[in-house]
Design a protein around this ligand. Structure first.
Ligand code: ADP
Ligand code: MG
Length: 494
């Protein structure tokens, strides 16, 4: 393994020093639970390696993090209200479900169990609001912190929001590597950050709200899961907050064989009553390979367990809903405070409908003319589904005359500020790269359509990838765990 010399904040780190810090960083990550199952061996229960990480934290202006955090409770409430508005969901998704079978399946479950029909009025949202810091309109170089970074939302995750666990130790890893490199940095610049604890508070509050001390929290997980340590982090903090709460794990398939509904709609798993269902599965079409998975999802939605999320909240996280929320005047339907609406809207990137109508036709032409300015997104979660740059031209040309267009939305491409860092990935040479980051803010919301029980911002995550990669998944092998190094931006000269 070898590293190249790096100039960082006035300190030159030689190749030899960088190599030593890299080795130590890996050990420190393992020690603190920044771990993942190996890429090609997710089956083994205890064989773990360090998760992909950056060697050093990435500078982020303090006001940017403050802005993102201050918006989170408003965003939580917004998405909770969207999920509790059947008319709005229907209007957003009516054209999508004509052509997108997966969204239709979820929508059918929602029609059968959601809104008025729901047996459990309380829902739990454990969210992650993802942003990139756009520098398109400001002049900057790789070395100089731009005076203005515009916080732009990439997506709002309402299901299986991951990395709250691993990010709960990243600040610790980076305090250590900065020290090793002899780079001055105060603890305030790498503040303690424990989103796994924040989300665990949500679980505990939901469990208390359900009201049976013998009932369990059920984590619905995949049989093959690279990121299982991240889930255990959540259980760890649930246990620390209240060790009387049992967390049990099951796949959808196992649940289909072992779950039953009582005549009062209580969900029982092998004789244990389920208070809260947490989905780390069920957000992709291939999570439902047979009718068994679909049937048990329906059964669980019918139950009076508190779902995280229920299917309405899952649908609220669709990219089509995000695009419709960006239509002028729509936010005001959900949030009365105009100033709050303005602050939220400021974080929206341009988003465009591709529905088969005149407006959609205009947007198709716009994308075909300048594809590099856009990202094309289907209604999918979990990475690897978007179309970027020149590929948009070919893809969109293929579907421009078909209803299939309705399944996609077009989003303005964000160009974040590039920086230099080493990306450490097991089995790969750590190379000094130009990298860009994506900031995620965690949020927790517990309540009914009418009443709020708990609403909180719960910490942050920074994920960083090479500028050469369009997609950003960590599990998929592109991005790495990072942490923000808080800095004050230079003053704008007047
Ligand atoms: P998914 O639900 O599959 O995670 P995302 O909307 O988060 O879908 O997109 C996946 C990745 O693609 C993001 O993490 C980001 O790296 C990149 N990406 C998405 N939208 C944009 C955008 N508007 N500009 C630049 N990159 C984007
Ligand atoms: Mg995403």
């Amino acid at each position: 393994m070898s590293a190249t010399a790096l100039d960082l904040w006035g300190v030159t780190i030689s190749k030899e020093t960088a190599d030593q810090i890299i080795e130590k960083a890996k050990q420190w990550a393992l020690l603190h639970g920044v771990q993942m199952k190996p890429q090609h061996d997710h089956h083994s229960t205890c064989h773990c390696e360090y998760a992909p990480i950056t060697l050093f934290p990435s500078p982020l202006p303090v006001p940017v993090l403050q802005e993102a955090k201050s918006l989170q409770k408003h965003y939580n409430l917004l998405m909770h209200r969207v999920a509790n508005d059947p008319e709005f969901l229907c209007q957003c998704l009516k054209n999508v479900i004509k052509v997108d079978e997966f969204t239709k399946m979820l929508y059918d479950i929602y029609k059968e169990t959601g809104g008025e029909k729901s047996t459990q009025k309380v829902s739990l949202g454990l969210f992650r609001n993802d942003y990139m810091m756009d520098v398109k309109d400001s002049c900057c170089t790789i070395k100089i912190l731009p005076a203005s970074l515009n916080l732009k939302q990439i997506e709002f995750n309402t299901i299986a929001s991951s990395f709250a666990g691993l990010s709960s130790a990243m600040w610790n890893v980076h305090r250590y590597t900065m020290k090793q490199a002899g780079i001055k940095c105060s603890c305030d610049q790498l503040p303690e950050n424990k989103p796994a604890h924040g989300l665990a508070v949500g679980f505990v509050k939901a469990w208390e709200c359900y009201g049976n001390p013998d009932a369990v929290i059920l984590f619905i997980v995949q049989s093959v899961e690279r990121n299982s340590v991240d889930q255990r982090w959540l259980e760890r903090f649930v246990h620390e907050i209240n060790h009387n709460i049992h967390v049990v794990y099951s796949t959808l398939l196992n649940a289909s064989e072992h779950c039953k509904l009582t005549k009062w709609n209580t969900l029982m798993l092998d004789g244990k009553e389920v208070a809260v269902i947490y989905y780390r599965d069920g957000y992709m079409p291939n999570h439902y390979p047979t009718n068994k998975e679909k049937d048990v999802r329906l059964l669980m939605e019918k139950s009076c367990a508190i779902k995280c999320p229920n299917v309405g909240l899952q649908l609220a996280g669709c990219k089509k809903v995000q695009q419709e929320l960006a239509v002028p005047g729509v936010l005001e339907k959900f949030i009365k405070d105009i100033d709050v609406c303005d602050c939220i809207r400021k974080t929206f990137a341009g988003q465009y409908s591709l529905d088969r109508n005149e407006e959609g036709d205009r947007n198709v032409e716009m994308a075909l003319a300048q594809p590099k300015k856009f990202v094309l997104k289907p209604q999918r979660e979990g990475g690897g589904n978007n179309v970027y740059g020149e590929d948009i031209r070919e893809f969109l040309s293929g579907i421009r005359d078909s209803e299939e267009r309705n399944a996609y939305i077009l989003m303005e491409r964000i160009f974040p500020w590039p920086q230099k860092n080493y990306l450490l990935k097991e089995g790969k040479e750590p190379i000094l790269r130009d990298v860009i980051s994506e900031l995620g803010i965690y949020g927790v919301y517990l309540g009914t359509a009418e009443e709020e029980f708990y609403n909180a911002e719960a910490g942050h995550v920074l994920r960083t990838k090479s500028t050469e990669d369009d997609e950003g998944g960590i599990v998929a092998g592109f991005a790495t765990m990072d942490s923000p190094l808080l800095v004050y931006p230079p003053k704008l000269s007047s």
